[in-house]
Design a protein around this ligand. Structure first.
Ligand code: PEP
Ligand code: MN
Length: 263
């Protein structure tokens, strides 16, 4: 179902604030995790001001360690809904288990399935049945063929509103958190009609490198970006090293617009 041979026309997903696919590019930005109403509203207002069309923020965080901050849960979803009410930005937020899909889908515009759950087939199917758009991250050790097979689990439920995200893969290189596979963009776009995005934040792992990876992804033809930014990144409860400051985010957006004047 993902194949260009089945559907040769690009899939375009639209919200009031913008669209992705078929030549339209959308920027989703916000904190890694929702930590408070104030933090989320502050980020939502400035990402909108600098030109983002969607707000990201995790209420359920899939942490490597069970002792790390796991997110605010339903309270975090309420905060995201308030940020949407105040800014008009649609919300993308992660869902980590099939049982939580209904809850998250009552708040989210886009259900995010993370790299660690990219082959959680029950979760993919539940997200496919939710009626919401789905944003699927590539697993950190997944081939692109495996990635598209995961996408099929969503599509096979009758849900064609699906965004694929390259967020970096495991290689022998240790200087970055993951290695951004920029090739994923042209390769996936030669196989599928679905929008393909880049997440430069989780690939870089370090805020100073995020803008370069974002621009590389867009230059390669990505249909969107999902980028982490936090009003006080050094105080963040997750992914502190990679979240852009507001001024770095504004600078990235200026460079993005220089590359894509239509945005
Ligand atoms: C995230 O977006 O905060 C996240 C956990 O991403 P990934 O699943 O790509 O690691
Ligand atoms: Mn993160």
């Amino acid at each position: 179902l993902a194949s260009l041979e089945v559907s040769p026309k690009p899939t375009v997903l639209r919200w009031n604030s913008g669209a992705t696919g078929g030549g339209e590019v959308l920027i989703a930005a916000g904190p890694c995790g929702v930590e408070s109403l104030e933090q989320t509203l502050t980020a939502a207002r400035y990402v909108k001001k600098h030109g983002a069309q969607m707000l990201r923020g995790g209420a359920f965080k899939p942490r490597t360690s069970p002792y790390s901050f796991q997110g605010m849960g339903q309270e975090g979803l309420e905060i995201l809904a308030e940020a949407r009410r105040q800014t008009g930005l649609p919300i993308v937020t992660e869902v980590v288990s099939p049982e939580q899909v209904d809850l998250v889908a009552t708040y989210a515009d886009v259900l995010q399935i993370g790299a660690r759950n990219a082959q959680n087939f029950a979760l993919l199917q539940a997200a496919g049945r939710s009626g919401r758009a789905v944003m699927l991250k590539r697993g950190m050790s997944m081939t692109l063929e495996e990635f598209l097979m995961s996408a099929e689990y969503v599509l096979a439920q009758g849900n064609m509103q699906l965004i694929l995200v390259e967020r970096g893969i495991r290689t022998f290189e240790k200087s970055t958190r993951f290695t951004l596979d920029v090739s994923a963009v042209p390769v996936l776009k030669s196989w599928t009609h679905l929008p393909v995005w880049i997440d430069p934040s989780h690939a870089a792992g370090k805020r100073d490198w995020v803008t370069s990876l974002a621009l590389a992804g867009l230059a390669a033809g990505a249909d969107g970006l999902i980028v982490e930014t936090h009003p006080e990144p050094e105080k963040a409860q997750s992914d502190a090293a990679q979240q852009l400051t507001e001024s770095q985010f504004a600078d990235m957006m200026r460079k993005v617009r220089a590359l894509l004047p239509a945005l």
